[in-house]
Ligand binder design. Sequence first.
Ligand SMILES: CC(C)(COP(=O)(O)OP(=O)(O)OC[C@H]1O[C@@H](n2cnc3c(N)ncnc32)[C@H](O)[C@@H]1OP(=O)(O)O)[C@@H](O)C(=O)NCCC(=O)NCCS
Length: 236
Amino acid sequence: MKNYLVKKVAMMLSWSIKDPKKRRVFRAKFIAKHTENRYRLYQKRYNMGYGSYAGKDFYVANPRHTVIGKYCSIANYVCLGLTQHPTETLTSHGFICHEYSPFFQGDLDIGEQDNVVHFPDEQLRKPITIGNDVWIGYRSIIMDGVKIGDGAIVAAGSVVTHDVAPYSIVGGVPAKEIKKRLNKKTGGGVPQWEKLLELAWWDYPFDFIKTLPFADVDKCIELLEKNIHLREDKKE
Ligand SMILES: CC(C)(COP(=O)(O)OP(=O)(O)OC[C@H]1O[C@@H](n2cnc3c(N)ncnc32)[C@H](O)[C@@H]1OP(=O)(O)O)[C@@H](O)C(=O)NCCC(=O)NCCS
């Protein structure tokens, strides 16, 4: 079922539930159940970590060279990588480098010619790495070769041409740092984001993560520290 239909059906079915909280829970569960397939498909198709999801028309130019961490939220119409054409040749048209070009089907068999422009592999397939807990806003484009650090946010409509530092919020075309996320100092004088980066909450079991007091970041840090033995790499 299409996403907007799932939402519509969820709304209709929930009308009879009087308690607003129960109504919200019902809708959320219904939507999660019926949109699961698309997320499963993305999880299978792309190298995506646990809990990460992407919205509609998610485009990944080089799936084999793209890595997405855990718990990432990728909005609708996001592109990870774009296919390049040559810029310093007679024409930038794809026919000179793509052995198959739909426009000239039948008229041109450039694959047989020695004037085909071959891109060096490293230029065509620059890997894209998206860290953990990254939120990529609506209609953003992440250019080839970019690395986005853990906890970063890409504002809606951005074109990211350079690496993004962990826990930075970037935006614009080309994207520039707007501010740092969770920059409040902890008791030890270190910004919260630095502590979270070190603790890597995404490497704890979800059964533990889901019990954390999400809005109280200092408390979360305290609990993560106290339960560090639960983290995947700390387990016996
Ligand atoms: C990036 C974002 C999270 C910032 O939220 P925020 O912390 O509340 O920041 P503010 O709204 O206070 O804006 C801070 C600055 O960033 C700028 N900014 C905000 N959104 C921006 C965007 N999309 N592109 C460029 N700059 C942006 C603001 O103009 C402001 O600049 P200023 O300080 O010079 O006035 C939010 O604007 C955004 O883009 N969210 C993505 C929404 C989305 O795509 N949702 C899809 C569903 S998953």
